[in-house]
Design a protein around this ligand. Sequence first.
Ligand SMILES: [Zn+2]
Length: 281
Amino acid sequence: MPELPEVEITARLLDAALSGAEVESALAPGVNALRSFDPPLAAIDGQRFLWVHRRGKLFVLELDGGLSLLVHLMSAGRLQLFDSRASLRDRTSRLLARLTDGRELRLREFGTRQRAWVKLLRTGELDDDETLAALGPEAWPDPPPLLELLDQPRPLHALLRDQQVIAGIGRSWVDEILHTARLSPFKRGSDLEADEADRLREAITRRLGEAIAHYQQTIVLPIPDKLPMPLTVHRRNGEPCPRCGDQLEAVFYEDYVMCYCPTCQTEGKVLKDRRLSRLLK
Ligand SMILES: [Zn+2]
């Protein structure tokens, strides 16, 4: 599941590799992948890439003709740059941009659902896009003070993953960040003390920054299909806590799992596993 660090490293690598490259033609084989119709996708034929960057978990690929591709990988997408063209039988392809130098930029999606999307927008109108306009402040490199930002009676685990509150964190990194900050995933944002808010902000910048630095050393183009994330808590339930050695626990939800250390984060309390308790009813 690509979050801020994975999108950031991909954007950096693509920016370095694509700058000045000219689009020969583009097509969107994914049924629902292209979410805009004006201008048409063919409008980028003959345009050169100027700048690839990140907003939250989205990519912005600016082209020299005043157009930009906005790309959201959702939970299973990858934006990859290959030296040759895809087989037309590659069912993972959602968008293909063929370059005049023979390379090909591909939005691919792994898994059963087709949720990754692309919009072609006028660069000057990017700020009007509803997804971008709704994003909260960036989680990295310099998030705002959190005491006010998170002053809502919702659990930290939900608040930090809410892109409209703070942009870039998802289901994997939230577990790591809360563990580093020694905060319960169920603590309400409005109950944060000033020192806890500072600790949380520090944990966000540190963990995301460390992940990006790790990827800078390990990830190369075309961007691997499977991108191993340097996680120490998320999906490590049953294993020893990297800080105190006690066993990490998990709460399972329908489509994600929340992992934490009872000793470090919840005063020793093991939170109810909703999946198990539902089955036992
Ligand atoms: Zn621990």
